[in-house]
Design a protein around this ligand. Structure first.
Ligand code: HEC
Length: 202
C-alpha cells in the first residue's frame, strides 16, 4: 500500500511537471511556420527533411524542349506536417502551408549501381510555395544558399502556370499520389485541372 501511494504521488508530480513544461513553450512560435526577416524575406526552412514527403519527380519539365544539357535531375517535395494533416481532413491547404521542392542531381554508375539513377548529394536549389494570408496568399521563394530569399514577383510565370494548371489551390496535387485521391473524395479539384484532364483523355 505504501509503495502504491508513492507511485501515485510520483505520477501526479510527473503529470504536473509535464503540463507545466508543455505550457512554458513560448507562445507564438508554433512549429513549422514561415519566418521572415524584417524586410519581408523568407528564412530558409530548417529541418524540412523531417516534414512529410510527398513525391519525387525525375526530369520534370513544363516545356517540350527541356534544355538541360543532358543533366538529369530529381525533385523531392516535402510539406510541413500541420498542413499535411489538415489536407487529409479537408482536401485543401490551410494558412501557413509550406511546400518545398528540393533539387538533386540524378547520378548513375556509383558504387554497385549499374543501371538506373540515384540521388546525388549536391543540393541544386530549393523552391518553396508558401500560403500566408497575412501577406496576400500564396507566394514563391527560391533559395540557392542559406540566405533569406525575396518573394518572387507575382508577375512571374510561376504564378500563372500554377494558377492555370494545378489541381488544388494552385498546388500540383495531381503529382502527389497520396493526396490526389483525397482531393477527389473531398471535391476540391480546381476547374482548370478538370479542364486539362478532359482534354488529356479525349
Ligand atoms: C509551366 C508550369 C510551371 C511553372 C512555370 C512553374 N511551375 Fe512549379 N510546379 C509545376 C509542376 C508541374 C509541379 C509539380 C511538382 C514537380 O514538378 O516536381 C510544380 C511544383 C512546384 C512546387 C511544389 C509545391 C506546389 O505548388 O505543388 C514549388 C515550390 C514550385 N513548383 C515552385 C515554382 C517556382 C518558384 C516557379 C517559378 C520560378 C515555378 N514553380 C514555375 C509547374 C510549374
Amino acid at each position: 500500500l505504501r509503495l502504491n501511494r508513492f507511485f501515485v504521488l510520483f505520477l501526479v508530480a510527473f503529470a504536473v511537471l509535464f503540463i507545466a513544461f508543455g505550457q512554458s513553450k513560448p507562445a507564438g512560435t508554433p512549429a513549422h511556420v514561415p519566418t521572415y526577416t524584417e524586410d519581408g524575406r523568407l528564412l530558409p526552412p530548417v529541418g524540412y527533411r523531417e516534414w512529410i514527403y510527398l513525391t519525387t519527380g525525375l526530369d520534370m519539365s513544363y516545356t517540350a524542349s527541356a534544355g538541360m544539357d543532358g543533366m538529369r535531375k530529381f525533385d523531392n517535395a516535402f510539406v510541413n506536417p500541420e498542413a499535411y494533416h489538415s489536407f487529409l481532413q479537408t482536401g485543401t491547404w490551410p494558412d501557413k502551408t509550406m511546400i518545398l521542392l528540393e533539387g538533386r542531381p540524378a547520378e548513375s554508375n556509383g558504387s554497385i549501381n549499374k543501371a538506373g539513377h540515384f540521388q546525388g548529394q549536391d543540393l541544386m536549389g530549393i523552391e518553396v510555395h508558401v500560403k500566408d494570408e497575412a501577406r496576400g496568399g500564396w507566394a514563391f521563394y527560391a533559395f540557392d544558399s542559406d540566405k533569406p530569399a525575396e518573394m518572387i514577383p507575382k508577375v512571374a510565370s510561376c504564378y500563372s502556370c500554377h494558377q492555370g494548371h494545378a489541381a488544388v489551390d494552385t498546388t500540383f496535387v495531381q503529382f502527389y499520389p497520396t493526396l490526389l485521391p483525397i482531393a477527389k473524395q473531398k471535391g476540391t479539384l480546381s476547374s482548370s485541372y478538370l479542364k486539362d484532364e478532359s482534354k488529356a483523355t479525349k
